[in-house]
Design a protein around this ligand. Structure first.
Ligand code: ADP
Ligand code: MG
Length: 617
């Protein structure tokens, strides 16, 4: 039998390798920036066009390459960074595999210009799809410029796989920020389609963070410092009150390299224990330095995970260093006698009000329940619940108005059983139509029995439909602000908001000035309060992290959902009787009152027969 195994030609091997190293424009950005850092540049420019799809160019003032190296660097496994296997354990550079340039050159049009300081002339090389087109001497400044054009021009399938400009741009910015944050001593600039996105003069860690994430960041940061044999930690954590809804300001660097670590993240969160409301994400910028031989760097170049020798010790040291900092700067309840007593109560408990009679009401209802679920009626009879939820809502209120007797009966019975639990204020309210339970549900008698409404979900539905109508009919009511609000956003966040500006204006927002960094808002939607604006916008940006939908319908839908989520009355908020009634009326005036915008049931009903059955047990 003849042999069938063949060695793959180099350009094919390179294309295959490229599939692993280069997933998107941001991967090219990362590789080129890291090469420039490794070449000891002090000034690095990143220039991109069309989110990097058309061009990624990195210009550095580093060491440059000799004539031979300029050609060799495009070969696979060509690296100046290690010579023998042992070098892997004392690595101080970012690259070492010698794979990146060969991979990039296999799938793009590459133009490289490079000159070493001591040479008169530099080299100008053009290479396309692994084929050298030209190499010529040229008059050049010291350093290297790499221009990578038309990424994936020869692999249409991968090109088509790229996401929208917004998404690819965000990935590029992420990579740029990671490298820039790790190297504050290097001057970085970034341009997109001709406009300057970042200008980061060389400085220290704190200033670098502040220039990237806005001047306001400065007041949020608390320094962290710790030195032990196995690790040196420096950096900053954000004060709890500035916590965000997303993880966009969480960074770990190990030996100047950005890494991701769920384990270390856990250590940080642990240090914040009890200081953050549910789901809030603290900002952190943590720089760890460990001896190179105690980490396994032999990881895939595109991966950002890392393996430490002594993870557990690292966890403990990091956690206590942060706890210490939070305590020292009086942001945690430690050794501060003048502190706000609220700080002593973890957030989870702060808003709970023990004296409300609703607690007792719950006791009355407990016998109904045979499962410990959030809704006292949700256990045991889920099949009935489902059937009832899908039933047409119009029938629920039929006959209610005429049948006041029934309403009063319900009220009376309730008071008789639990009279001692209610205070006078409650007793005055005869013939109530609605009751709030556990500051979570609104119960209201209906002809067939009762309806139990989830206040948060119901309000989400109401707001969602309101916003959607306003946005499609273009007639939102807006409240003019006496003093316009100013917000600072990152370049990335600003791009999202600018793109959505027309849709947002249809909800009632009025943007006055919109420059690269600041957003001035002079009008806000009628049903929004000033203090809610920041969290509405933050939630919106967080909901749009994965890209802005293409069609205007789904854009409106996403915005309406996000704003409904932020603005809907939360569980734990007391509603007056008027508010309860409004909510109930508004819910049942909705087009689709049965479910929240996120398709969760907004209410359940319970028929008298069902209640009877429970008592027959
Ligand atoms: P690696 O970074 O893993 O060594 P690369 O393919 O990224 O592999 O680069 C190959 C080699 O090309 C590097 O080892 C370095 O010697 C040289 N090189 C790449 N970029 C630059 C640059 N901007 N300045 C000077 N030398 C560079
Ligand atoms: Mg490299």
């Amino acid at each position: 039998m003849s042999s069938i195994i063949q060695l793959l030609p180099d350009h094919v091997a390179n294309q295959i390798a490229a599939g692993e190293v280069v997933q998107r424009p941001a991967s090219v950005v990362k590789e080129l920036l890291e090469n420039a850092v490794d070449a000891k540049a002090t000034d690095i420019k990143l220039i991109i066009k069309d989110a990097g799809k058309a061009l990624v160019q990195v210009i550095d003032n580093g060491l440059g390459m000799s004539v031979t190296d300029a050609r060799l660097c495009f070969e696979r496994h060509a690296t100046s960074k290690i010579r023998q296997a042992e070098d892997l354990f004392s690595l101080h550079t970012k690259g070492f595999r010698g794979e990146a340039l060969a991979s990039i050159a296999a799938i793009a049009h590459v133009e490289m210009k490079t000159k070493q300081d001591q040479e008169e002339l530099g080299n100008h090389i053009i290479i396309e799809g692994s084929k050298f087109v030209s190499q010529e001497p040229a008059v050049l400044p010291k350093g290297t410029s790499f221009a990578v054009k038309n990424l994936f021009y020869n692999i249409p399938a991968r090109r088509n796989f790229l996401k929208s400009e917004t998404v690819e741009f965000r990935h590029v910015v992420d990579e740029f920020q990671r490298v820039a944050l790790a190297h504050p001593n290097i001057y970085f600039t970034m341009y997109h389609n001709g406009s300057e996105m970042f200008n980061l003069p060389n400085s220290n860690f704190r200033q670098r963070i502040v220039t990237i994430f806005s001047g306001k960041t400065n007041e949020k940061l608390v320094p962290v410092q710790e030195e032990t044999e196995i690790v040196t930690i420096q950096g900053f954590v954000g004060k709890p009150e500035f916590a965000k809804k997303n993880k966009s300001e969480q960074f770990f660097f190990v030996n100047d390299r950005y890494i991701k670590s769920g384990y270390l993240h856990h250590a940080v969160m642990n240090a914040y224990d009890g200081l953050l409301p549910n789901g809030a994400q603290p900002s952190y910028f943590i720089y760890l330095n460990v001896p190179p031989n105690t980490i396994d760097i032999n990881i895939h170049p595109t991966k950002t995970e890392i393996k430490f020798d002594d993870e557990q010790a690292l966890y403990a040291i990091l956690r206590s260093a942060i706890k210490h900092s939070l305590g020292q700067f009086n942001v945690a309840p430690a050794l501060d006698f003048d502190r706000d007593p609220n700080l002593d109560t973890p957030y989870d408990y702060q808003n709970k009000n023990a004296e409300y009679p609703t607690v007792q009401v719950d006791r009355t209802y407990n016998p109904f329940s045979d499962e410990k679920q959030s809704s006292p009626f949700s256990g045991g009879s889920s099949s009935y619940k489902k059937a009832e939820t899908t039933q047409s809502w119009e029938s629920l209120y039929v006959g209610l108005k005429q049948d006041t007797l029934e309403v009063e009966n319900f009220t009376f019975e309730n008071e008789e059983v639990t009279a001692s639990f209610f205070d006078e204020k409650e007793e005055e309210q005869v013939a109530k139509h609605t009751y709030q339970i556990q500051k979570k549900y609104i119960v209201s008698p209906i002809k067939s029995g009762m309806v139990i409404i989830n206040q948060h979900r119901a309000h989400q539905r109401v707001l969602y439909e309101q916003f959607l109508t306003n946005m499609t009919v273009h007639q939102a009511s807006s409240q003019q602000l006496l003093f316009p609000l100013q917000f600072h956003f990152s370049a990335n966040e600003m791009k999202i908001i600018t793109e959505l500006q027309p849709a947002l204006e249809n909800t009632g927002f009025v943007f006055e000035t919109l420059n690269e960094e600041y957003l001035q808002i002079s009008g806000i939607p009628a049903n929004t309060s000033e203090s809610e604006v920041a969290s509405v916008l933050e939630q919106l940006i967080s909901d749009l992290q994965d890209g802005i939908p293409d069609s205007s319908f789904s854009q409106n839908d996403t915005i309406a959902k996000s704003m409904a989520k932020s603005l809907a009355v939360k569980t734990g908020i007391y509603l007056t009787e008027k508010e309860q009634e409004n909510l109930v009326n508004n819910l049942f005036a909705c087009k689709d009152p049965n479910v929240s915008p996120f398709q969760k049931p907004t209410f359940i009903t319970m028929r008298v027969e069902d209640i009877d059955k429970r008592f027959a047990l």
